[in-house]
Design a protein. Sequence first.
Lengths: 346, 346
Amino acid sequence: MKPTRPTIRDVAERAAVSRGTVTRVLSGSPRVLPTTRARVLEAIAVLDYQPSSIARALRLQRTRTVGLIVTDITNPFYPEVVRGFEDAAERLGLGVFLSNAAEDPDREARSLALLQERRVDAVVVAAGGLRHRQADALRSFPVPVVIVNASSPDPRIPAVLSDSRAGGRMAAQHLIDLGHRRLVYVLGPREADETPVRLEGAREAARSSQGVTLDVVQGDGHLSGGTAAARAVTLAGTPPFAFICHNDMTAIGAMHGLSEAGLGIPGDASVIGFDDIALTEYTVPPLTTVAQDKYAMGRRAVEILDRMLAGEAVSGTERLPVHLITRGSTARPSGSVGGSAVTTAR
Amino acid sequence: MKPTRPTIRDVAERAAVSRGTVTRVLSGSPRVLPTTRARVLEAIAVLDYQPSSIARALRLQRTRTVGLIVTDITNPFYPEVVRGFEDAAERLGLGVFLSNAAEDPDREARSLALLQERRVDAVVVAAGGLRHRQADALRSFPVPVVIVNASSPDPRIPAVLSDSRAGGRMAAQHLIDLGHRRLVYVLGPREADETPVRLEGAREAARSSQGVTLDVVQGDGHLSGGTAAARAVTLAGTPPFAFICHNDMTAIGAMHGLSEAGLGIPGDASVIGFDDIALTEYTVPPLTTVAQDKYAMGRRAVEILDRMLAGEAVSGTERLPVHLITRGSTARPSGSVGGSAVTTAR
DNA sequence: GTGAAAGCGCTAACAC
DNA sequence: GTGTTAGCGCTTTCAC
């Protein structure tokens, strides 16, 4: 029942060599006689020996393991980041300790402690924003840290984000080009660092066009927040509406709220999201959105972290390009004056 | 830059005790003088000492870590399972090594090897179905294994699933009660173990009602498969349609395909899903579905595993109850004869 | 090219 | 009640 795994010692005995020699074979050292190497490899195969990464880690003082803390794996934005991260990590032979913080700061703190105990070589935090306490913990973290999707809490901690300002600008400009004049921006959760940046991009576009207004309502990054925002706006105003949403989930929630209110999309209201999650093609109507390269964000985090593990001092914020994907949820406002409505297109 | 972490030795020196005593304090042994304990605790606090789980694992020959392999974290079904799993694991002081296999069997195999190297104490595989090679690997796995959402490949490996047969039955019965007579079942991916069970449940309901037919079309568990299935069916037949879908993603895809074909839901076609992912409330119309208790599945897996870690021999398949949630995507077929259409309701 | 031996940080058995 | 010690499985000098 408990057949106690073979150790390096078993391999050494079976191959009639010393433990040191087994290690040399394992690490591919050239200073081993081919016949010896063959004997060792055979013993390894016969015994189905797998070196203990635990013992190795103790000896080497590094685990070749990194921690990845995700605020909320339920948010469809993150799984794609995780995939990019895991793929890249695997290529480098790094194990990934994935932890889902479920949007709970305490849980996030405990994850951090756990990862520290497990002696991960580095930590990546993928979150919409860091809380103060978290930021402090990360600053004094004993191993390299990389942030994904949130601002860096410290100049020495690198961060990977999207070009949110350009994204916000694209979204607003798209609606403006269609002829919309009264835009509504549905914010993300208060702690999301990128919300103000996206909003600023949208403001830029609005400012540079004649007679365009931009209202702002709070959201929470979830379906329900989008729905609530749409309700509030439809109650207060009259169509046509033009919504720029913090993310796709918010946008889907908003479309739901608009439908509830009996409004047609894109007839009475245009809606634009952010992220380009898989679902956007399948909503009714399909959602126009600003696409983030989620997979690349995960991959990039690993690349940065790899350089840090090699001892290089990396810092600064890296912003990946975004692009607009036009689908059915945005259109010329009903009752608009056709092509002439486009006043500021470049 | 590399301030070398404090070890138990540092704590011992600072508290002027032996390392053994520090261990005793750490493990809460009663055989320690209160004043000594206090000195040790202070030293720990001052040095910010965190015991190395690596060294401890080497010594104890157990890591208090379990591996959780998820076929595809992109499928919204799994994150909820993961949450239930992580919450329960944390309560037991178990670390979770989460691995996303991205539906790639090779990756799954490599994850398994990695987890073995890292010496996890147990492994849980959450997947729609196991491939043969995987099943073999699990059978001969050196530590306890629990399966979630797929059939057990071996009588000694416990599995946690939902009561899929009842779910299939409920779904079909609901449509029959509404007056539908020609049902279409959209299958999941071929490797999904539960597809035939759910189908069998639906068949049972269909058989026990006069004049009800049940057609079957292939799906793949994804949005695109649902869309393709809907296209095929709408081309071949005439409304009203009644779709039972393997899961919610399939159902959302199917609704998309139906809309494309110009059909109204639920006017021309009723659609019912399986899983009850968060999104179902927000589709247009909201999706009727058979809800699985995903969180409980994750939690249950940990409970089982905990008993196995305690040396208990656990086996057998456990099936958790499901329930029907009626929303807007299902309705009486247009042109049906009203209440009298309900012939077999109990 | 290979072996011997020390030691990574921890716990548990045995002294006292 | 506390100290001492061996050893978990591995890698890496240092000899030869």
